[in-house]
Every structure is written in C-alpha cells, then in structure tokens.
Design a protein around this ligand. Structure first.
Ligand code: ZN
Length: 531
C-alpha cells in the first residue's frame, strides 16, 4: 500500500468512522486458546518523510508545518502538464544510507515507475515510485522483545513522492466541503516493507521503534509519528499452527503511536481468530484503527498491486548508484543504535535495559555521552540512572521533542524547552558522588539547570547548597539540636530508633539539607557517648 492512498482514505473516512458491527468486541485479555490454535503472520509497511530541504522532484520547500495551504507549490508538485521532475539527491542518499544500515543490497541501477490511479489528491493520475528495482532490498533488523531477540527480514526500501492532502470540513453555511492542500504533494517518502516475519503486536511495535531509532540516528528522518512523519501499516493474517499457506490478510492503518500499533494488531489477531472460530471467512480489506474505542473498522476492500498498472517513468532516467558513492555514504554513517547499545553494555557495564532506554531517546543518549566525556571518573551506572530518571522525567514534562523517541504516546502538550548540558549533569553527579551535594538538593539544582541552562556550580552556590563537610561546624549544630530536644535524647538513650531519625531530621533542617546524613548520625551517637 502507498502513502498517498493512506492519506486519502484516512481523510476520506474521517466523517464516517464505523466499527465493524459484525464482530463482537473482544475482552481486553486475549483468548487463551487462540494463540495455541492460530499463528498470526504480520508484515509491516512504513512510510517515513525524509529529511530534505526541498521536495522529491522540485525545489519547493519541505518546511510545510506552519505554511498556509498551497503556499509551497510549483508546476511540478501541482502536477501541471509539461512540468518535468528532477531527482532530489539527498533523498536518494537517505534511502541508500538506510539500506546500508539494514544490510540491504542496492542494484547497480534503479528505475522510476508510475503507479497509476486517480484520486483528488493526485491530479496527474499517477505517483512516481519504484516498483521492480527498489534502492534497497533484502535487509534485516534485529530488536529485543519481552520474549527475547527477534530479527525481521526487510524486503525492500524505496523512494516515492507523497500526495496532496484532502481536508473534509463544513463551511460557514453548514455545507460539507472537501479542500485540497498541495503543500504535502511531492514530499519525499521512503517506503520500507518487511517480510511477513512477525507474529505479535509487541514484535510489530518493537520493530517500528527500532526502525525509528535507526532512521533518527542516520539523519534520514525525524520520524515523529504524532506529526505524520512516520505512518505504520500492518498486514495481518492467521493460519492454523503448523500450516505453511497464509490465510487471508487484512491491512490495518491509522495507527498514530507505537502503542496503537501494538493494540491495533492485538485486536485484529483476536477479531480474526473469533471470526475463524465461528466458521466465517476473512475478507481482504483495509481496516482503520479507532484508538478511542480500541477497535478496527472496515475502510474499503483492498486492491492488489497489479491494479495499479505500474510502468516505467519516461520523464526520469535510470539512476546509477556507483560503488564510490555507496562507499562514501557508508563511511558517513554514524554509530547505529544496536552498536551503541552493545558499547554501553560492554564499555560502561550498563544493563541491557538501561542501554536500551538511553539509546531509544536521542536526547538522553547525547546527554549521557557528554556527561561521561566531561566526568570520565564518575560511575556510568550512576550517570545512567540520572539520565533515565531525572533527565527523561523532565524531558517528558517538556513534551515531545524532535530528538526524542521514547516510544510513549505523545499526546502531551509541549512544555517549556529543556536546556540540559550533558557536561553540567556530569559535574552535578560528581558532586553527589563525592559527597559535596545531597541527592535531594542535586535534583533541585538539576531542575533549575534544565529550565535556565545556568551552570550547576553557580546554582549550588546561589542556593547555598554545598554540603557541609566541616565536622566541627556540624558538631556545633548537633549539640544545639540535642540541647533543644531533651525528650528525644531520653528516647534515644532508651533505645528508640525513631528518636534518632528525628534528631538527624532536625539537624538537616537547621543546615537546609547541606549536612551529610551519615556524618550527622555518627556525630549524634558520638555526642551522646553511645559508641
Ligand atoms: Zn514544487
């Protein structure tokens, strides 16, 4: 399936969303027997918007997010007769880079094809795509799931142009109208298609998350699902366990978050299992996901690719990808997520879980790297805890960022921007480790640093939080507190542990948290002659 159809149908069906009434809503838990009787076979198609300055075949800007409708257009992307396309080199390089990153092969030369169909968002009557000779083929991607490591085969990755966007609305007089915005028309898209190697909703979600991390690392796409830069579609079919032949598949789309991908596929597997159990046949169709109701619904019956009458694009020459070009692209690839996770485990001794959390978020990973570089002596595990804990907590509050990607739903309102400098976090953690700042105060300092970007040392001095390591000064405070609380002292002497905690708390209060609790405890026992 293609993105153009995805966009069209999505908009088209918006006014008439209906759940499939023929299937009863399944319980939230899966049917115990279904997974035993049937095996789900899942293939994923993902369209991502490539990160380029101009569109796929013209010079129009791709900066369309806040542009007025139809302001980023020219004769090429409007599809006017006689306008000729020119290939965007950067877009081609993004697909070649992705191909190398997934271990795919690139043909010596590739060809452009016209995919013919009519829709109001495609006035020229065809989309320029790649059919027989995709820029990348036969790759693979490995990722971790709760049930272990999974490797999915990637059949192909190719380039194509996006279509315009249809908007169905009601005008001032209450009349229903359909509007077309051509800003999206001609945006560069990469379509990535897996082999039908996946079997659960979780595997599909994890694949999509891993692919996104890889695309962000390569710089090919920001791949923000909530902004429509990454659209996931799943082909789902069931077959009796042990049987080779595939069952009839349905295509599920309109999944707008990683969580939706997992939920929608899990629902579809159950829906099909119930239908098969009831002796019904599955019809080949496209189904949408209604996230609020937690159901898939029929959108339309599905075409096969031969219905599109692909033929070679006469306005574009075949494209040669010579060895020198591929070598240069390979050399410019950054460290990929899988390699980075392995390095975090092997070099820094992080757990697979911690390494996974850090690498899944480009911002977190960058902060961790900068912190380690600034304070190589600080334990990586402690730093990692600060990044996966405090940093990600504040990042989540700040809302979705382009660099982020923690796989959570991103309904959150965008909050104030974060100004975290990894080196400063490194300095902060060192102060905690060497005892010159308490953990509680350090969290307060970090929050202010994240909001204002001020250096950590300046904040600590400004707030007067530097921990008191002068034993004599502390002893004086302890003596004052003991003198002021005779009944607590009596309790301590009587062996009541809580009273000791009370005294320590009073000393912490008197020093505004700057005293080291262990030192205070020792001093209390010493002053009372208990040791
Ligand atoms: Zn244009």
């Amino acid at each position: 399936m293609t993105a153009d159809a995805s966009g069209s149908v999505q908009a088209d069906a918006a006014g008439s969303v209906q759940a499939d009434a023929s299937s009863p809503a399944p319980a939230s838990d899966s049917i115990p027997g279904a997974a035993m009787v049937y095996e789900a076979v899942i293939g994923i198609e993902i369209h991502v918007q490539l990160k380029t300055a101009s569109k796929m075949f013209c010079g129009c800007s791709t900066d369309i997010a806040d542009a007025p409708p139809n302001s980023r257009t020219c004769p090429v992307c409007l599809g006017l007769p006689g306008a000729l396309p020119v290939i965007n080199r950067r877009a081609v390089e993004h697909v070649l880079a992705t191909g190398i990153a997934i271990g795919a092969t690139t043909p010596e030369y590739t060809r452009w094809d016209r995919k013919n169909y009519f829709y109001p968002d495609l006035p020229k009557g065809y989309q320029i795509s790649q059919f027989e000779l995709p820029l990348a083929a036969n790759g693979r991607l490995a990722f971790e799931t709760s049930e272990g490591s999974v490797t999915v085969g990637i059949r192909r990755a190719h380039l194509e142009e996006d279509t315009a966007r249809l908007i169905h609305a009601t005008d001032a007089s209450g009349r229903r109208v359909s509007l077309v915005d051509f800003n999206r028309s001609g945006m560069p898209l990469m379509e990535i298609v897996t082999e039908p190697d996946l079997h659960t909703g979780e595997q599909a979600r994890r694949y999509a998350e891993e692919l996104r991390a890889l695309l962000v690392a390569c710089g090919a796409s920001d791949a923000a699902m909530e902004e429509g830069q990454m659209r996931v579609e799943a082909n789902v079919s069931l077959r009796p366990r042990g049987r080779e032949a595939f069952g009839t598949r349905t295509e599920v789309k309109n999944m707008n978050s990683f969580r939706s991908v997992e939920r929608a596929i899990a629902f579809e597997i159950e829906r099909q299992a119930r239908a098969l159990d009831a002796g019904e046949t599955i019809s080949q169709e496209t189904r949408g996901w209604d996230d609020d109701r937690g159901v898939t619904y029929v959108m339309r019956s599905k075409e096969d690719s031969h219905d599109y009458r692909y033929f070679p694009e006469p306005d574009l020459p075949p494209l040669r990808a010579d060895a020198a070009w591929l070598t240069a692209i390979a050399a410019s690839l950054p460290e990929l997520p899988a390699a980075r996770r392995a390095r975090y485990r092997e070099t820094y001794g992080l757990t697979p879980y911690d390494a996974g959390v850090l690498v899944a978020d480009a911002g977190a990973s960058a902060v961790f790297e900068a912190a380690i570089a600034a304070e190589p002596g600080v334990a990586p595990k402690t730093l990692s805890n600060w990044v996966t804990g405090e940093y990600l907590r504040l990042a989540k509050q700040a809302g979705p960022s382009v660099a982020g990607g923690d796989g959570t739903d991103t309904e959150a309102e965008a909050g104030p921007a974060l100004h975290v400098d990894g080196a400063e976090l490194g300095h902060l953690v060192r102060m905690v480790v060497d005892g010159s700042l308490s953990t509680t105060n350090a969290k307060q300092v970090f929050e202010r640093h994240a909001t204002t970007g001020e250096p950590v040392a300046g904040i600590v001095d400004d707030l007067g939080l530097r921990q008191i390591d002068d034993r004599d000064a502390l002893a004086a405070v302890v003596d004052e507190v003991l003198a002021a609380n005779p009944s607590a002292v009596a309790d301590i002497r009587a062996g009541k542990g809580q009273a000791s905690g009370f005294i320590v708390g009073q000393v912490m209060k008197a020093t505004r948290g700057q005293a080291q609790a262990s030192t205070v405890q020792a001093l209390v026992r010493e002053r009372l002659g208990l040791d």
